[in-house]
Design a protein around this ligand. Structure first.
Ligand SMILES: Cc1cc2nc3c(=O)[nH]c(=O)nc-3n(C[C@H](O)[C@H](O)[C@H](O)COP(=O)(O)OP(=O)(O)OC[C@H]3O[C@@H](n4cnc5c(N)ncnc54)[C@H](O)[C@@H]3O)c2cc1C
Length: 511
């Protein structure tokens, strides 16, 4: 059905319209399930496209398939390093396979972590092991919780969405075209997943940093922690791409890894009203019934992709580094997305060969480049995690901004010449891309928007080499690099998908 935004916001009205179109009397319709919902904003006014299933009589199918988790407390153990999306979904799958997950997480539980994140945002106090990157729930725990993936594994994606619903996510995520969870809901879902793992006899140890692998004759048989304990079993290494010390360790042990391409750039922040005006083609903005508008831009500039990434409508720009003396910005938003600002990363594709080999060559070259840039930006912000920024049109026209627009970024913005701070192969392409995007959507290029540096952590700078068939490390039996940190996956859903595959591979490995 194509419905007005007002009708689509009222389930009773939707049901009435669906009954009419299906030739049914309202009194015969006993239930309705929404199968698909998306906004068509190409015309004015925007319309909502919906697909629903009506039920008559007393039969109604289940909304989603629930998974039953048996008791595995006495079964074979598998060590899972990291409790991000990859670690948690790997643990759930291991339980399904009759294996006992032992999760080791360097950070604290998601509840205590919230307090550490609050003191980072309000008092600029950064805790090395508890921040936006580290702790239960991983890097995605305080995000927008967008649940899209470019992959086409529909069945597995449905399984992950169903598992999220089973653990408290709103079932809107099953039919929304662009589902998202919101930063206030993610921690509750993570807690419920933890409860399932513990009730099934799995283990989860917080403040337990893994510092080395136990190896016997080319085979990984367990891990050692900073506190001196050891845990035995095959290892799913799901430490994410922020754990630079893990990559340093692998390199020092000559465990096969390689530098990987990623994308680096800035966070762009506009007034949400301006984005609503562009996308909904309405001077008044989005009105009562439409959600905060999103955008997607991409271009090919001088041989490299430049694109928007991880857009957070109605969201906040946040300080998301884990190391003192560095600065990284990212974005999050609540489920209602009702903040005053719209922010998105705007990034330029970076290949390892784009960097000077003498300075940033080798397996860790891209990671060292990321870190050097983050240190430079921290200094330029004057310490205390203030971020260097420039008005958007000024940035494109190489003009300094004396003042900056209001921003959602807690630690504050400092006017800076971003062409001097960012490498020219990034800054020049961004400026050309903004100019182009401004031609596509004429009020997008504006001095009401801030260009905030820098978005350096879009994906892993390293790939931990693994076998395509077995998902096992190419040289070390018993080691399964998994999730975003492996360099083979990205995003919440992408990392969870990878986790299901890795847990299946461990199950096969253990026979
Ligand atoms: C602010 C922000 C917003 C984001 N928004 C979105 C979004 O809307 N949608 C989306 O799809 N993606 C988003 N992402 C990206 C997404 O969070 C990641 O892709 C995803 O979390 C990767 O999952 P992972 O489990 O592989 O790694 P991570 O989530 O990074 O988890 C790794 C875990 O391992 C732990 N760890 C690391 N080293 C060790 C060690 N030595 N010992 C023990 N434990 C260790 C860490 O503490 C961490 O908990 C966002 C990221 C951030 C930071």
């Amino acid at each position: 059905m194509r419905l007005s935004v007002q009708t689509a916001s009222d389930n009773k009205a939707v049901k009435q319209q669906a009954a009419k179109e299906a030739g049914l009397h309202m009194q015969d319709v006993t239930g309705m399930r929404i199968l698909r919902k998306s906004i068509d904003a190409r015309r004015n006014p925007p319309m909502v496209e919906m697909q629903v299933r009506l039920f008559t009589g007393d039969s109604e199918e289940e909304l989603y398939e629930t998974t039953k988790f048996g008791f595995v407390g006495d079964n074979k153990p598998v060590i899972v390093v990291g409790a991000g999306p990859a670690g948690l979904f790997a643990a759930l799958r291991l339980i399904e396979k009759g294996l006992k997950p032992i999760i080791l997480e360097r950070g604290v539980n998601v509840h205590d972590r919230k307090k550490d994140i609050a003191s980072l945002s309000s008092r600029n106090e950064l805790k090395g092991e508890s921040n936006f990157c580290f702790g239960e729930g991983g890097a995605g725990a305080y995000s927008d919780g967008k649940l899209y993936t470019r992959g086409n594994k529909r069945k597995e994606v449905s399984k992950i969405l169903a598992l999220l619903c089973q653990h408290g996510a709103s079932w809107d995520i099953l039919y929304e075209a662009h589902p998202h969870l919101g930063s206030e809901n993610l921690p509750k879902i993570v807690e419920q997943i933890r409860n399932t793992i513990l009730a099934s006899g799995g283990e989860l140890h917080f403040s337990t940093k893994v510092v080395s692998l136990i190896k016997e004759e080319g085979k990984v048989t367990g891990v050692r922690t900073e506190g001196g304990q050891s845990y035995e079993g095959p290892v799913i290494l799901a430490t994410g791409h922020n754990a630079r010390d893990v990559y340093e360790y692998l390199e020092s042990e000559k465990i096969a890894i390689e530098a990987k391409a990623l994308a680096i750039g800035v966070r762009l922040e506009h007034p949400q009203l301006l984005i609503d005006k562009i996308q909904y083609k309405n001077e008044e903005g989005r009105g009562e019934y439409l959600p905060a508008a999103e955008y997607v831009f991409s271009a090919h500039i001088d041989g490299r992709g430049v694109y928007s990434f991880n857009m957070c409508p109605g969201g906040f720009v946040i300080p998301s580094m884990h190391q003192g003396g560095t600065l990284v910005v990212n974005g999050m938003s609540s489920s209602t997305r009702n903040g005053k600002f719209a922010n998105s990363a705007m990034v330029v594709e970076l290949q390892p060969q784009d960097l000077p080999a003498d300075q940033f060559g080798g397996n860790l070259g891209v990671m060292r480049f990321q870190q050097a840039l983050e240190e430079r930006l921290f200094k330029a912000g004057g310490g205390n995690f203030a971020a260097p920024a420039q008005r958007m049109a000024d940035f494109v026209n190489h003009r300094l901004s004396k003042t900056l627009p209001d921003s959602s970024y807690g630690p504050g913005l400092v006017p800076a010449d971003l062409h001097r701070l960012l490498p020219s192969f990034i800054a020049d392409r961004l400026a050309k891309a903004f100019d182009l995007f401004g031609k596509k959507a004429h009020i997008f290029l504006t001095n009401q928007a801030s260009v905030i540096a820098g978005a350096t952590r879009t994906s892993s700078p390293v790939r931990i080499l693994r076998d395509k068939e077995t998902n096992m490390h190419v040289e070390l039996e018993g080691l399964f690099p998994c999730g975003e940190g492996s360099g083979y996956a990205g995003g919440i859903i992408g990392s969870a998908l990878d986790a299901l595959a890795c847990a299946d591979s461990v199950s096969t490995y253990l026979g």
